[in-house]
Design a protein around this ligand. Sequence first.
Ligand SMILES: *Cc1c(COP(=O)(O)O)cnc(C)c1O
Length: 383
Amino acid sequence: MKDKMHFNSKTIHGGQEPDKAYGAVMPPIYQTSTYAQTTPGGHKGFEYSRTHNPTRQALERSLASIEAGEFAFAFGSGLAAMDAVLKLLKPGDEVVSTDDLYGGSYRLFTKIFEDFGIRFHFVNMSNVDNVEAAINKNTRMVWVETPTNPMMNVIDIKAVSVLCKSNDVLLAVDNTFASPYIQQPLNLGADIVMHSATKYLAGHSDVILGSLVTNDKSLAERLGFIQNASGAVPGPMDSFLTLRGIKTLHVRMQRHCENAAEIAHYLKTHPKIEKVYWPGFEDHPNHHIAKAQMSDFGGMLSFITKGANYESSIQIVEKLKLFTLAESLGGVESLAGHPASMTHASIPKEIREQSGVVDALIRLSVGIEDVRDLIADLDQAIG
Ligand SMILES: *Cc1c(COP(=O)(O)O)cnc(C)c1O
């Protein structure tokens, strides 16, 4: 019965049952490192909390349910989850990735894993032909992030998955921006879906956590092994907070999407705005793909003000009062960011500008406040 639930019920009930000890409806925060054994090996399924913890396990069952997957693994951060995926590879292996990747992902690829002999190719994946052209006999994995950060490019997950299957290449999708409310990559042919649960899943800007979900048993075995062997696991408190966040994911996402749509249209007709990047516009280059693989267009958008430069864009974000100037996204409160000096500062200027992350770009994570207040705030800041 629970497997057949709709998404809006899975967020609350998926993989959940009252706690075995006292029937607690929310799993207790099992703040323990170890578990008593009656005889060596005589335990109740839990030996040591790096390997398994009941609170983390409740979260992992929820994560699997909402991503339409069978196996889920929680990590201490989104990047720790990515790190575990990359550890599936060996020196000499190659990865094809998007060219406007989240800055921290780009840093992990190029500053850590390149030194271990893994090669990365960064291509514009809005056109799937570019992915095909970058695949060679050493390619083991394609890493997709869609919509992309902060340019809101949309990548056709199904088309990339067909390409990956015919080349025997793993497809991993960073689903952080969309959230499973909007997009479910495993159903579109991905092998692994990754989240920075720090963002929409936890949803309240109070926790750092990452996740992986897969339907492939042998991949799950290897990822579970890496999770335990490398040990980048989240604590029970953070697992609890994320599980609590997921229970309202669907209602939060609905409002995030509504508010972002309204702000996107407001900005598009604003005389001082040059360009708005939001996949819901019909003139967005991959709008038809967004419509096909996403059930809504998300809470993220970016824009450029006419004649703006590095300094004037910083002035706009500094003037915002209700939008907090901060890194991150996906929380209930609205945030504004200046990618060139913040999230994307670690990417060389020439490289980031090639993919459109210019000095004048401002990114918004639209929260779930009253949209009239958000628009009034943008109005006074843009002037
Ligand atoms: C934040 C983010 C990450 C990294 O996640 P952390 O939880 O900060 O480690 C990866 N991908 C995307 C798209 C993100 O927004």
